[in-house]
Design a binder for this molecule. Structure first.
Ligand SMILES: Cc1cc2nc3c(=O)[nH]c(=O)nc-3n(C[C@H](O)[C@H](O)[C@H](O)COP(=O)(O)O)c2cc1C
Length: 188
């Protein structure tokens, strides 16, 4: 039988645990929340999901941060429709977290401090030539040219969180910014 995590029994403690796990994802490269799936919607209405690295998690403001290439398709999606979703499955704690957010695309002077903290190897991810998603003749017919002008921070203002805990009894709760993060149990 699956262990019950005591924090899953209360709406507030479950909410706190969600943020604790998100913060751990930022700090610990082996934590499940290190690699959420970020979903956007294309201008044509097609959902697109991809793995990203969670770079920031602020429980007080309920804001998350992800770094990306300004020329990537996800940025194009978010310019048209800023709504995004994030998904994390934490197998160790039997916790699924689904997040609805509104993304702000930050570049230039607004992200200069973030860029200064990006280590050299990671900078390779921002500024590929040709831009991400461009058809190329050969698998390696591209170059990595780190370029601060291609560096974007996606600031995700969390609007709602849906948490599912698969203990001996399944529990599901929804939290919204609108209600000041007061939880509501849902039938799982
Ligand atoms: C483990 C892993 C981590 C990744 N982290 C990021 C990331 O932090 N930011 C990012 O833009 N892409 C990241 N990627 C690449 C994306 O999944 C995706 O392939 C790329 O951003 C292009 O997506 P798009 O064309 O939908 O914009 C990561 C991929 C993997 C497999």
């Amino acid at each position: 039988m699956t262990d019950l995590h005591p924090w899953a029994a209360g709406l507030d403690s479950l909410y706190d645990q969600v943020w604790l796990r998100l913060q751990r994802g930022v700090a610990d490269r082996h934590a499940p929340a290190r690699h959420p799936v970020l979903a956007t919607v294309t201008p044509g209405g097609m959902p697109q999901a991809r793995t990203v690295v969670l770079r920031g998690a602020d429980p007080d403001e309920a804001v998350l941060e992800v770094h990306t290439d300004l020329l990537s398709a996800k940025v194009g999606d978010l310019r048209v429709n800023p709504m995004a979703a994030l998904h994390v499955w934490d197998a160790g704690t039997h916790l699924q977290t689904r997040i609805e957010a509104r993304a702000m695309i930050l570049t230039g002077a607004a992200v200069a401090q973030d860029w200064a903290r990006v280590p050299d190897p990671s900078r390779q991810s921002y500024g590929s030539q040709p831009p991400p998603g461009t058809p190329i003749d050969d698998a390696l017919a591209y170059a990595k040219r780190p370029d601060v002008a291609c560096f974007a921070v996606l600031r995700l203002t969390v609007l709602a969180i849906d948490a599912v805990h698969l203990g001996p009894q399944h529990r599901r709760a929804r939290y919204t910014r609108e209600t000041g993060w007061r939880g509501q149990w849902l039938a799982p």
